[in-house]
Design a binder for this molecule. Structure first.
Ligand SMILES: O=C(O)CCC(=O)C(=O)O
Length: 305
């Protein structure tokens, strides 16, 4: 298994002239994400800053959060109650919890940590090397998670830095070229248990080429768009994600609040292709199979150019 490369204190020039254009992920170490790394170790400090705010958390019993089959329920609690539930020691914990911040009006607004809690947000800084993404900022997301919670494998359509504030988080990544092996529905892989995959059901999964790494407090993962990712917390964990738009604004859907809807052109092309596949099947099978193969040949030729 390949390791996610670790870069010590990379310069802004290296990030924007080399790493980001390469479309390769990396764990960036030694960047400054603010005093949250120290201060947020203290639960009482967090409670004082934001304790009364009502938040919606996912509650569930198993290790693997399953987005496709929704094996969790939402529960409204105060931020303080949430911290007690999420950060309590695993020995006494009956249920597992995962919090992801959402917009104040969750149907209309993306998550923004500054709006969610200006007090908490004051402790977090986008590293100075990433200052320029502020102009193209899409969303910022606070994630707080119990120990050993696995977030399902999926891709997002925007570049992202995942900043680890407290705790350790194991990351598994697959390149966009692994899409044929991941049994993707929407932007989510159907292979839930990536450690013990059911190879009778998902035989192509064995051909995928994952990379692994562990984020420690203060680490920043550069996660390029379209890279599949799966995370599991090794300890209770707090992270902040920053997503930014690196395509022209008009290529994204205005109503995409989660940054995971395929860009406008891509979604339309996928719909057109689905229509072509449906239409050609109006012909007898010996014709439709022939033309489906011809279509596949057109696509394969393009991919091999
Ligand atoms: O860190 C997590 O809990 C999930 C991260 C994630 O899904 C993302 O960065 O898009």
């Amino acid at each position: 298994m390949t390791s996610i490369p670790i870069l010590e204190n990379p310069s802004k020039e290296y990030l924007f002239d080399t790493l980001i254009p390469s479309r390769q992920p990396a764990i960036l170490r030694g960047l400054n994400i603010g005093n949250c790394v120290e201060d947020w170790k203290n639960i009482e400090y967090l409670k004082k800053k934001c304790g009364d705010k009502i938040v919606s958390i996912r509650e569930f019993t198993t290790e693997n959060l399953d987005f496709l089959n929704k094996n969790y329920e939402f529960k409204n609690v105060t931020f303080s109650e949430m911290l007690d539930l999420i950060l309590q020691s695993p020995e006494v914990q009956k249920m597992r919890y995962y919090f992801r911040s959402i917009g104040e009006n969750p149907r209309k607004e993306v998550s923004n940590v500054d709006k969610f809690s200006p007090e908490l947000s004051a402790d977090f800084k986008i590293p100075i090397q990433f200052e320029s993404i502020k102009e193209k900022l899409f969303s910022s997301i606070l994630r707080i998670s119990s120990q050993r919670i696995r977030v399902w494998t999926h891709y997002d359509v925007m570049d992202n830095i995942l900043c680890q504030v407290t705790g350790d988080k194991e990351i598994t990544l697959w390149p966009p070229s692994d899409v044929p092996y991941l049994y993707v529905v929407g932007s989510t892989s159907s292979v839930l248990d990536i450690e013990n995959p059911d190879l009778l059901k998902f035989p192509k999964f064995q051909y995928a080429s994952p990379m692994k790494g562990v984020l420690k407090p203060g680490d920043v993962l550069f996660l390029p768009s379209l890279w599949f990712h799966n995370t599991i917390t090794q300890t209770p964990s707090i992270s902040i994600n920053i997503f930014w738009k690196h395509l022209p604004d008009d290529q994204y859907w205005l109503k995409d609040l989660y940054g995971n809807r395929d860009p406008i052109i891509a979604e339309k092309c996928l719909e057109d292709l689905a229509n072509c596949i449906q239409n050609i099947q109006k012909m007898p099978p010996h014709y439709s199979n022939f033309y489906l193969r011809k279509m596949k040949e057109m696509i394969d030729a393009k991919l091999n150019e």
